[in-house]
Design a binder for this molecule. Structure first.
Ligand SMILES: NC(=O)CC[C@H](N)C(=O)O
Length: 328
């Protein structure tokens, strides 16, 4: 067999597999999944440590899938906006990757799962102010500190990035959520000050906290999130394929970190149940990536003990199973 023929056969197999997935994806399938997981909402709890989040009704439930050819599938409250919270930590890291050398980032923040709650201080003290990874609060605060140093207007820049990736020019910060977090920022401030004591924080703590809380307060829908995060399924390129947000190597790094640390101390169980890189936020959103194929966003505000959306995880588990997609 000539190498060319071999390549053609492989390509055919790949394309027919791709078609199978797309064929089995439908709005009805997504709706069915939402109907199946809805009873789980009652077992979770809406985050209340940020007062502005505690008023969100627990019965919202939405899902959106964006495949790399730009097609969208949706069900439930897919177009309702919510606070993306820690999902923004992925975007801050991507932004930092465009402004810093690889070694500059990873000398200040680790690449390992923490096995601890996302806002824990214990490990940070023991490990001399170097956070385990960029997706726990300490790590994201270091990344925001780095952005503060290199960007003249970090909040504006982030808005430009998400608006362009999600193809939605009116995405905004929810100022009420950002203010509420700032008024209840004792723990995050303690984390930042502890890192400053260890020499791993350069800028004014209050300024960086404000940037961090604004990023967390980004208000986006599942549809917008699915579009926005498609670059992680696409080797770092946006949906048009024309704009490289980050390099394929940087994309690999982010997906690996999402796999091991995107769901906090629930990351192991999530890998076991779903097997895809993902990032959650205490607003109840989760973004998951099927590399080379699609990005998925779910939202259900009631959380499990690790701070991950309870029905959201179950919905991803079902979808991954139905599409026969897992990295394992
Ligand atoms: N897990 C999260 O979504 C936490 C983010 C939240 N803004 C906090 O700092 O506590």
């Amino acid at each position: 067999m000539t190498p060319l023929l071999f390549l053609a056969i492989i390509l055919r197999i790949h394309l027919s597999l791709w078609k199978t997935v797309v064929a089995s994806l439908s709005n009805q399938l997504l709706q069915q999944i939402l109907d199946d997981v809805r009873p789980l909402i009652a077992q979770g709890r809406v985050a209340d440590y940020i007062p502005a989040l505690s008023t969100v009704a627990p019965d919202y439930l939405g899902i959106a899938v964006c495949t790399l050819d730009g097609q969208l599938w949706q069900a439930g409250d897919a177009d309702e906006r919510f606070s993306i919270q820690s999902i923004s930590k992925v975007l801050s890291l991507a932004l930092a990757q465009t402004r810093y050398q690889e070694s500059e980032i990873w000398q200040r923040v680790g690449k390992d799962p923490s096995g601890q709650p996302f806002n824990s201080l214990v490990q940070l003290e023991l490990e001399k102010g170097k956070p385990r990874n960029p997706f726990i609060n300490a790590g994201a605060l270091v990344i925001c500190d780095m952005l503060e140093t290199r960007l003249t207007a970090p909040r504006q820049r982030m808005l430009e990035v998400v608006r362009s990736l999600a193809q939605q020019p009116d995405i905004q910060y929810d100022r009420q959520v950002a203010r509420s977090e700032f008024e209840h920022s004792a723990r995050n401030a303690a984390i930042a000050w502890l890192m400053k004591a260890f020499g791993n924080f350069d800028n004014d703590v209050a300024t960086v906290l404000q940037t961090y809380f604004h990023y967390c307060s980004l208000s986006m829908s599942c549809t917008e999130l699915a579009r926005c995060f498609a670059f992680l399924a696409n080797q770092g390129r946006d949906l048009s394929g024309e704009l490289a947000i980050i390099t394929p190597r940087q994309t690999k790094h982010i997906n690996a970190l999402m796999m091991t640390s995107g769901m906090y101390d629930g990351a192991g169980e999530f890998a076991w149940r779903v097997g895809l890189p993902a990032k959650s936020g205490v607003g109840g959103g989760i973004v998951a990536i099927v590399p080379g194929e699609m990005s998925i966003a779910v939202w259900s505000p009631a959380l499990d003990a690790s701070g991950n959306s309870l029905a959201g995880v179950a919905a991803l588990e079902m979808l991954a199973e139905k599409l026969n997609r897992s990295l394992f």
